[in-house]
Write a protein that binds this ligand. Structure first.
Ligand code: F6R
Length: 243
């Protein structure tokens, strides 16, 4: 695992967008795994800037979703599909048919999870997976004590994560869904390059546990230590608890 300390979130975004652009130069139809939440936004903004400047070509790129809320109606503005359409697909000019994601509205959710695993495999796997990290060390929506070998499945969010995400639902934790579909930790580890971005003091404990703690299910992000090509990009504040 390599740890890169950058001055701020914007620099982290530029670094990772540059890595995506370089991947796409060698493999124009690469599968970019994307995360939602606040942390990755500087990456998407920087990548859109590179596209506008003619320094990145995303015309054949495919985009794969990490996780999704269960039970939000199709088109709900906070479903992760809607968020990714708004933050990634539209600014980058990527068509909907280049987008892979699990169906959080499916009547048969286990079948939807299995279908997403199949779709990822048929796409040839994820080339670069961008990850954020929860304050409790979660990646995707694999909360603490998720199996390190887990595959895409239904999960229940912890109260902490629902509180953390209430800001996207008008501050009302009751509006945050209780259940999600998430790529499992084993699924995430199948990606060829994992890039975790963490910014701000609030992530410092989780980053230290992930990078320097034992590999353990209590800190799902510690699974990155098992991956042959994992990069952790942190700003000074998120790096502040590293030894
Ligand atoms: C969302 C996801 C989550 C977030 C994490 C951090 O797709 O995978 O693991 O990355 O909850 O969220 P932010 O970036 O909002 O602090």
């Amino acid at each position: 695992m390599e740890v890169v300390i950058v001055p701020d979130a914007r620099a982290g975004g530029e670094l990772i967008a540059g890595a995506m652009a370089s991947l796409l130069r060698g493999r124009p139809d690469a599968v970019l795994g994307v995360a939602t939440g606040s942390t990755p936004l500087p990456v998407y903004q920087a990548l859109a800037g590179l596209v506008r400047a003619g320094e990145a070509d995303v015309s054949r790129a495919r985009i794969a979703q990490l996780d999704e809320y269960v039970g939000l109606p199709a088109g709900h503005p906070e479903s992760y599909r809607s968020v990714l359409r708004r933050e990634v697909l539209e600014p980058l000019g990527i068509e909907e048919d280049a987008f892979l994601g699990p169906d959080g509205t499916a009547a048969d959710l286990p079948a939807a999870c299995a279908a997403y695993e199949r779709a990822l495999a048929e796409a040839g796997g994820v080339d670069l997976q961008l990850l954020g990290i929860g304050t409790d060390g979660h990646i995707g929506f694999n909360e603490p004590c998720s199996s390190l070998a887990s595959r895409t499945r239904l999960k229940t969010l912890t109260e902490q994560t629902r509180k953390d995400n209430a800001r996207f639902f008008g501050g009302d934790v009751e509006q945050v869904p209780r259940h999600v579909i998430t790529q499992g930790i084993g699924t995430i580890l199948d990606a060829r390059h994992l890039v975790l971005l963490a910014t701000g003091e609030g992530k410092a404990e989780a980053v230290a546990a992930a990078v320097e703690g034992p590999v353990a299910a209590v800190c799902p992000a510690s699974a990155l230590q098992l991956h042959p090509h994992a990069t952790v990009v942190v700003d000074e504040a998120a790096a502040s608890r590293l030894r």
